[in-house]
Write a protein that binds this ligand. Sequence first.
Ligand code: NOJ
Length: 549
Amino acid sequence: MASSVFLAGDENWWRQAVVYQVYPRSFKDSNGDGLGDVKGITSKVDYLADLGVDAIWLSPFYPSALADGGYDVADYRDVDPKLGTLADFDEMMAAYHKRGMRVFVDVVPNHSSDLHVWFQEALAAAPGSAARDRYIFRDGKGVNGELPPNDWPSHFGPSSWTRTTNADGTPGQWYLHLFAPEQPDFNWDNEEVIDDFKKTIRFWSDRGVDGFRIDVAHALKKDMSEPYPKIPGYDETHIPLDGSHHLFDRDDTIEIYRGWREVFNSYDPPRVAVAEAWVPTERRPRYSSPETLGQAFNFDLLITPWSAKKFKKSIEFNVDLAAKSGSSSTWVLSNHDVVRHASRYGLPQKANLEKWLLSDGEAPRLDRELGQQRARAAIMLLLALPGSTYIYQGEELGLFEVADLPGDALQDPMWLRDSGKRKGRDGCRVPLPWEKTGTSFGFGTGGAHLPMPGWFGDYSVAAEDSRADSTLNLYRSALELRKKSLTTESLEWVRSKGTVVHFARPNGWHSVTNFSHRSVRLPEGKVVLSSAPLVDGKLPGNSTVWLQK
Ligand code: NOJ
């Protein structure tokens, strides 16, 4: 298996970094308005340094009407006044750098907000104008253009087209939005768009940003020629392998990233990037090669059920795949778009999560204890793997999905546009509990933009801090040990029972995960950490142990 040397502090720092995802408006509110903010992030630098992560990634904090939680960006080169100022941002960067942590920010290049100055200009301009060419405007079909140009669905709801209104009040052209109507898609054949995103990357790189997470990286280039093909659903599992889909993963998309690579490499150290590209796994290396973005999210474990066989297969495949493209793999159990994994692992593994959310988490029943045990085992397994691990805020507390948020509290466009069908992603975006009690459990001094359930107190940082066996303390210990143990990216499989995943890393570091419900005999070695107490010297079910040989 390919192996390359990891040297902390060198330009390969990202290859085995642990990156903590901050969802800014739900992280920490410093001014009591119920929304997390930049000063709140700064105030938690010690918490994250003590946790032991190498970097943080900030989901969008840019000016936004929050039609899609900030993924509707009105200005790519500023901070949302609701969240702070550029000066606050600089202060935050300095604080994290001082504690030896790097900072990633999100780039959202597929679409802007409808409030972006360019989109407002486009609306005011005539069909066929240069201003409209930055987006994707088309005439409607039907006698008076009253029908959308085609029937392509959007990710959040019925149609991916919205009709505009002309200055004189008459109905006008239609524009494309693969997500919400407040998120018009850019035209990536337009030179101004290409130049402007390079400017954005330079803007944040000049402010010291170390890396970028690229939103919907696979959708930028589109074939808008007619006749339009049928696209039955917004479903990336049907992307062909030859780059011929009209909307996703077109071959020339990566030309954009070759251009960005020149910008990344003009900095010392080179800026890094990670692609959010939901493409067939075989096509992922196109985004993660050193000539393009350098790394791409591997979301396979988000959809892998709790099974030794399936985990092992996925790990083998992804380690090899990353090596083939000259990258290292990424590992992700949760993020702001999916049901938290402590809940996923406590449900029957074939459960339909959307239906479960619609039942307010009542059916099927969630086995919290099981979910928690498996979540603890899973993170130890991940942290022992070569490559980088992404931790989503709150998973270090073992937080469950808040599945019973009332409909009138939900903000996700998935719910608002597709009402009754999908509850959406707010259940994993509830603000973090910092204190056991009090107004919004120490998230802020005011309320919280999403209701926080009573049980959050027991999972707060303060509560877990004082419990030696808490999930928070497990994460801290695991991250500390990982830092000491990391060397090269090699991994060797060790023969084990079919329900056990056992592999060795250099210098005698072994990780053993028991996926079954029955305890198993421990292989030889000194136990350095275990996700659950050993029982009669055996590894209990749904647990991971690290051994030193
Ligand atoms: C992916 C982001 O992770 C998600 O939250 C967002 O809704 C879409 N991209 C659109 O930007």
